[in-house]
Ligand binder design. Structure first.
Ligand SMILES: Nc1ncnc2c1ncn2[C@@H]1O[C@H](COP(=O)(O)OP(=O)(O)OP(=O)(O)O)[C@@H](O)[C@H]1O
Ligand SMILES: [Mg+2]
Length: 493
């Protein structure tokens, strides 16, 4: 046995040292191992964290794909779904995405209400690579129709080969229905405001017509009172003219007797007789008296016409229409007579039929006759002025004529039925007539072709109202350019 200095053997020292070295190594190694373990634990924890993050991301992606408010799809170029999310299935009325993929196999034919829409969709994708807010109507699984809006794009591989289309679908039915409802209500509001505008126009016209009627009735009252005031003194003159001419005849007879029995009167009488031209006076006196008689008769006629014309009866009465027409013509006498070379008189040709008395508002009908006759006179005056001016003052004026024809038509007497028929009054002129465009508007209030100040454009519209609304009759107009004009006034008997 080998021993050391302190009696310890050399081999035991060696082993002690050895042991110590090994021990140190062991401690060192253990430390290293611990560190490695710690590192490993850290790495595992890190990995777990990454895994968790990954899992969460996947979950988020899945939830994003499956639960969004928009449908997501991927379709083949031939028109079949490759993939879609649950929302798309729900929008199209399927229970699951699988059910949709299985059943919806031809998009163009099965989905779009208008199959052309699919073609447009593809064309747009090809020309622009993507489409946005492409709106269409599509069928749901149960056949119901909804509105969708699509945003889509084409997906190609690295070589540019088309792989598929993908995109989003939004159900916009509610918005579309709301838009439609809005449009409808807008259209309704527009039509209501149009109606209101029309009603307002009508109201304004009626108001103006009322004012015009009121004026006419005031004018009528004025005419009636003037006629009444003139009538009494004229009657007085007229009635006294008969005894006055009788007295004159008697005095002349007495004078003749004096001349017979006293052929040689005193020179003073003889001189006076010569001074007053007695022979001429005797001849002229009776002429003067008869012309005075004629004059007063005419005044009486005119007064009578004024009274007829301004009849204020607001109640329906039986009236002689010819009397009304004649009164109106008499009032218009001044406008009918000739005024110089280029304004010849207007010939009125009356072709009166056998008319019964007609139940009517005579004052109002006279107003109609007045309007129609005034229009005819205006047309005839204008025609001649135009002819005269256009011919360089050479062309002789036309013979302006107004025909007034009256007749009964459709009466049972003529056709064997019980119908009482119609009274028709035609007022025809050979004036310049009117174009179809003008003819269509003549009964509209304020339509006039006459210069400002000459025509208000109310004559015919008021006449129409009187004939149609007040009498249940008709007022028709037949006219063509250069062909004259005919107004036919029809009144039920
Ligand atoms: N006999 C006619 N010949 C040609 N045009 C006519 C005739 N009668 C009416 N018209 C046309 O019809 C339009 C309307 O006639 P209406 O009597 O309503 O109004 P007006 O004569 O112009 O004016 P107002 O009668 O109010 O003074 C006239 O401006 C004219 O163009
Ligand atoms: Mg007129």
């Amino acid at each position: 046995m080998f021993l050391g200095r302190n009696g310890v053997s050399a081999s035991s020292t060696y082993w002690a040292e050895r042991y110590e070295k090994i021990h140190k190594n062991l401690v060192k190694r253990t430390k290293q191992l611990r560190r490695a373990k710690q590192e490993l634990t850290n790495r595992v924890a890190e990995r777990k964290l990454v895994e968790e993050t990954l899992r969460q991301a996947e979950q988020r992606y899945c939830s994003l794909f499956e639960n969004p408010v928009v449908g997501i799809f991927q379709t083949t170029p031939s028109g079949r779904y490759q993939a879609c999310n649950q929302t798309l299935a729900r929008i199209y009325g399927y229970q699951s995405a699988e059910q949709l993929l299985e059943n919806l196999t031809d998009i163009g034919r099965q989905l779009y209400v208008d199959s052309e829409r699919r073609c447009e969709f593809i064309e747009r994708l090809h020309s622009c690579d993507s489409v946005s807010e492409f709106e269409s109507q599509v069928y749901r699984r149960d056949g119901g129709i909804i509105w969708i809006s699509e945003d889509a794009w084409a997906v190609c591989d690295e070589d540019g080969m088309l792989l598929h289309y993908e995109g989003f679908v939004t159900d916009i039915t509610k918005r579309k229905l709301a838009e439609e409802a809005l449009q409808k209500s807008e259209a309704q509001v527009r039509s209501q405001s149009k109606e209101l505008e029309l009603a307002l126009n009508k109201l304004q016209r009626t108001q103006i017509q009322l004012i015009q009627n009121e004026k006419m009735s005031t004018l009528g009252q004025l005419l009636a009172s003037i006629a009444h005031e003139i009538k009494n003194p004229v009657n007085f003159v007229c009635n006294n003219l008969i005894p006055a001419s009788q007295y004159a005849q008697d005095l002349l007879a007495l004078l003749a007797l004096y001349a017979k029995y006293y052929p040689q009167p005193a020179p003073e009488i003889q001189n006076y007789a010569e001074a007053i031209e007695l022979d001429f006076l005797i001849k002229d006196f009776s002429k003067i008296l008869s012309s005075m008689q004629m004059g007063t008769d005419r005044i009486r006629q005119i007064v009578q016409s004024l009274q007829n014309f301004s009849r204020l009866d607001e109640v329906i009465t039986l009236a002689d229409l010819h009397e009304g027409i004649d009164s109106t013509l008499l009032i218009l006498h001044n406008r009918l007579k000739a005024k110089g070379d280029n304004k010849p008189g207007i010939t009125v040709i009356k072709e009166y039929g056998d008319l019964p008395l007609v139940e009517c508002y005579p004052g109002l009908l006279n107003q109609v006759f007045m309007n129609l006759l005034c229009n005819a006179i205006d047309a005839l005056e204008e025609l001649n002025v135009e002819r005269f001016e256009s011919s360089g003052n050479n062309m002789p004026p036309l013979t302006p004529c107004i025909w007034i024809r009256t007749e009964v038509v459709g009466s049972g007497l003529n056709d064997g039925t019980n119908s009482a028929g119609l009274v028709v009054v035609r007022i025809i002129d050979n004036g310049f007539g009117m174009t179809e465009e003008i003819r269509k508007q003549i009964f509209e209030p304020f339509f006039t072709t006459k210069p400002t100040g000459k025509g208000t454009g109310l004559g015919l519209s008021i006449s129409y109202q009187i004939v149609v609304e007040k009498h249940g009759g008709q007022l028709r107009c037949i006219s063509a350019p250069e062909q004259g004009t005919e107004f036919a006034l029809e009144l039920p008997i």
